[in-house]
Design a protein around this ligand. Structure first.
Ligand SMILES: Cc1cc2nc3c(=O)[nH]c(=O)nc-3n(C[C@H](O)[C@H](O)[C@H](O)COP(=O)(O)OP(=O)(O)OC[C@H]3O[C@@H](n4cnc5c(N)ncnc54)[C@H](O)[C@@H]3O)c2cc1C
Length: 460
């Protein structure tokens, strides 16, 4: 394969959504798994670092190169069959095609129309409906992967991890998490969530399910956060969770999403129905067959002090699309504020156990800088977006972020629930897992990638 060395072309591949930028000497755009193997084998022989880059929507610096070569997956772009897809295909494009054929691939990161399937697997991405369906991991049956040495193999859950690879045995926090190597007992699970440090995923066989017959969308407003939290507890009691069926009679939402008062302020202009008294809101999706379970939800909302008269319910696709547009208007509004401030935002991705949700939200609400908080409350996984207006406030925001990360860890949580560690959260991962686990991660990495070529600077 011939590298591209034109700096003007390489320039477009040097950053990601974290606003960090790197440098690289060459760019490879392989068209096949064999091309990928050729590049990696050559890199291992030459001892040159290789950074895998896909669509660069990472918020963690993972695809940002620290010198060496870039390997872009953009030309690994074929959908081979409904459940068999190349890594460089856009996740949303794959899902649109799959759904047109009457099947569902559930992982739904907000960025799904901008990010690739391969990266979603490499980062074990998740989204709103992960509350019921889980992250990407359970929906992958097998991956084709190229190891740093250039060896090509298929890995599924019957493929053992090579005996010479010391898989770290560590206790992940018991929350939704995307931080560090998975303590896997098979090669597939080891390759999911490794953030481009153990192998390049070139193709995947996926697990699909039947789409739900119907989905009801609800936006419920509250005038009191404690009431909202009590309702969240009620709504997720007995709910369908990854690998676990719903209890009879449970409300069982597939998505439970939170918006604080600042998030509501951002979308008030677009949603005139938001009541004055609303301080917080929930965006809820419920799958159902037959009649929508409106009465049960209505009763529960009323019993928990929601502002029921203002509740918005939609039962058709068009209505849900409108609600999604409003939901996505929040991050868009945050980004507009970032541009207006001329300062980057500082966003959290922590998750904590159920018992610590209220304490974590109190800490978020108390931050002394402009902020917007929203996200996956069903998984106790909220994104606090700090919006500094000056260099001094940016420094302050970064310090607050670290303090909150430590608090999340102390409460039994994770420093990354879905975006991964990349390069910018390495020190937080080290604090979360401790030096022994980091040493175990390194030992695995050295066994898989003796020349240390792949994903230099990512994870550690
Ligand atoms: C607005 C916005 C919303 C987002 N929402 C979500 C969300 O809801 N949930 C969520 O989980 N994430 C979210 N993200 C983060 C990001 O979109 C995901 O991490 C996504 O999986 C990255 O995909 P990408 O194609 O852009 O990969 P890149 O950013 O290019 O790469 C991400 C990482 O994966 C590695 N990688 C990429 N492809 C491969 C491969 N084929 N084999 C091995 N390693 C590979 C790279 O080296 C890098 O470390 C969001 C980001 C943005 C900007």
């Amino acid at each position: 394969m011939h590298p591209i060395t034109d700096p003007a072309v390489i320039e477009g591949y040097l950053g990601d959504a974290s606003n960090t930028r790197g440098h690289a000497e060459a760019l490879y755009r392989p068209r096949s798994t064999e091309d990928v193997a050729e590049v990696l084998a050559a890199a291992t022989t030459a001892g040159v670092g290789v950074t895998v880059t896909a669509r660069r929507t990472s918020t963690t610096g993972g695809p940002v190169p620290d010198g060496g070569w870039l390997l872009s997956t953009e030309h690994l772009d074929r959908i081979h069959a409904v459940d068999d897809c190349d890594a460089g295909v856009l996740l949303g494009a794959y899902q649109t095609q799959t759904e047109a054929g009457g099947r569902l691939f559930p992982p739904d990161p907000t960025s799904r129309h901008e990010c690739t399937l391969g990266a979603a697997i490499a980062c074990n991405a998740s989204g709103a409906r992960s509350f019921a369906y889980g992250a990407t991991r359970p929906w992958v049956e097998a991956v084709q992967v190229v190891l740093p040495t250039g060896e090509i193999l298929w890995a599924d859950r019957d493929t053992p991890v090579p005996a010479a690879w010391p898989v770290p045995r560590w206790s992940e926090p018991i929350v939704k998490t995307a931080a560090g190597y998975f303590p896997a007992d098979n090669l597939l699970d080891l390759m999911i969530g490794q953030e481009g440090t153990l192998g390049v995923i070139t193709r995947a066989r996926l697990r699909l399910t039947a789409p739900p017959p119907a989905v009801m969308g609800v936006v419920a407003f509250f005038g009191d956060r404690a009431a909202l939290l009590a309702f969240v507890d009620h709504a997720r009691t007995g709910a369908r969770r990854p690998g676990q069926a719903a209890s009879p009679g449970a409300l069982s939402p597939r998505a439970l999403e939170y918006f604080d008062s600042h998030a509501l302020a951002l979308v008030r202009a677009r949603v005139p129905d938001i009541p004055e008294a609303a301080t917080d809101a929930l965006f809820i999706e419920v799958e159902h067959a037959g009649e929508p379970p409106l009465e049960a939800w209505w009763d529960a909302l009323e019993a928990h002090g929601a502002l029921v008269d203002a509740t918005i319910v939609t039962e058709d696709e068009a209505g849900r699309a409108r609600l999604h547009a409003v939901r996505h208007a929040v991050p868009a509004g945050v980004n507009e504020q970032v541009v207006a401030n001329g300062m980057p935002k500082v966003g959290t991705d922590f998750a904590v156990p159920d018992s610590a949700l209220a304490e974590m939200m109190d800490a978020y609400a108390a931050v002394p800088l402009p902020h917007v908080c929203f996200g996956h409350i069903g998984d106790n996984h909220l994104h606090l977006n700090l919006l500094p207006r000056s260099a001094a406030e940016l420094e302050q925001a970064r310090a607050i972020y670290k303090t909150l990360a430590r608090q999340a860890v102390q409460l039994g949580g994770t420093v990354s629930a879905e975006h991964g560690i990349g390069k910018i959260k390495r020190s937080l991962l080290a604090e979360m897992v401790g030096p022994e686990v980091i040493a175990a991660f390194r030992a695995l990495k050295t066994a898989v990638d003796p020349a240390g070529v792949l994903g230099r600077g990512t994870l550690f």
